[in-house]
Design a protein around this ligand. Sequence first.
Ligand code: ADP
Length: 182
Amino acid sequence: MNILLLGAPGAGKGTQAVLLAGSLGLKHLATGDMLRAEVKAGSELGKLANSYMLRGDLVPDDVMIRMIQERLKAPGAGKGVVLDGFPRTVGQARALDSGLERSGLRVDRAIYLVVSEEELVKRLAGRGRADDAPEAVRRRLVVYRDQTEPVLAHYRAAGRLKEVAGEGEIDDIQRRLVAAAK
Ligand code: ADP
């Protein structure tokens, strides 16, 4: 079972993806976490990624696609994954679909965590991460609208998209997600 958790920056994908992966026995793969680990380790990839992240821009597709394909092949991804933060462009979505297909797999569910713009801005302002400076947040929301929203249309057209309300109590949102994953 391979599940995508889609939604704007600040929608709560990270929090919910960890819980969802835990309750379904799937592996949680978060590209933002992977990139932050590379930045912390001071790797070449981390240095490259950091310049994009601090501006609120996306790390180039070729880098991200290579990164996710390695992780999908790694042991522990066998039962399936909850992907959090990937795909963020239609190019990434197509690469993911065809990569999975080559292994006889697919995206079983694409779940869109819906949160109002007003709530997103409030949450991002309170988070205090290095890339949560006001300029970078504004840029991330624009990039999301331009490059990531089309990913929703991609999976909607494939008949795989489910929407889940992402505001309210964490536990209530989680219950809705578990139901949508069935
Ligand atoms: P958010 O909470 O904003 O969803 P993430 O932790 O998922 O944040 O990602 C932080 C940053 O890492 C993004 O703004 C982007 O620069 C980079 N990033 C993460 N995933 C991807 C991806 N799939 N493609 C390109 N860049 C990515």
